[in-house]
Design a protein around this ligand. Structure first.
Ligand SMILES: C[S@@+](CC[C@H](N)C(=O)[O-])C[C@H]1O[C@@H](n2cnc3c(N)ncnc32)[C@H](O)[C@@H]1O
Length: 131
């Protein structure tokens, strides 16, 4: 498997300490700069109010199969949590699209650290994404 970053996050979160455990509970604004070669793929994205951002947790520690979930005291299996230390450190975050200017998306509610690589963007579609 080969993954390619399609862009980079520019966020106010420079270090893990103080960053939101889920962006959904944050009002902070971030930019996502999409690399020129992929920018044509942004056409039409402004028609969506919410986007799913898939990014790479490039500063996560080694994976562990048992973790203590955020706000809990007892360990549980990794795949029953949203912990960032995973065999494939992928993060998924639903954000609000604030604006698109050229190849830069301004979004609200992203929990990515500054300079996190972005792997994919998909529109949030309630009929599909809400069970
Ligand atoms: C618990 S994870 C959740 C990520 C995503 N919303 C999810 O559920 O898949 C969010 C935390 O990951 C950490 N984080 C964000 N970007 C990171 C990166 N590039 N490398 C390592 N850790 C990161 C931050 O400390 C943040 O609090």
């Amino acid at each position: 498997m080969k993954l390619k970053a399609i862009g980079l996050v520019n966020s106010p979160f420079k270090v893990k300490e103080g960053s939101p455990h889920q962006g959904r509970f944050s009002e902070e604004i971030s930019d996502i700069t999409i690399f020129e070669e992929y920018s044509e793929g942004l056409d039409g994205i402004e028609n969506w109010s919410n986007l799913i951002i898939i990014y790479w947790l490039d500063r996560a520690g080694p994976a562990s199969m048992r973790v203590v979930p955020y706000g809990k005291k007892k360990k549980t299996g990794l795949f029953s949590t949203r912990a960032p230390i995973r065999p494939n450190p992928l993060a998924l975050c639903t954000v609000k699209l604030v604006k698109k200017e050229g190849n830069v998306l301004t979004v609200k509610g992203l929990d990515a650290l500054d300079e996190s690589p972005v792997l994919d963007i998909k529109p949030f579609v309630a009929d599909i994404d809400c069970p």
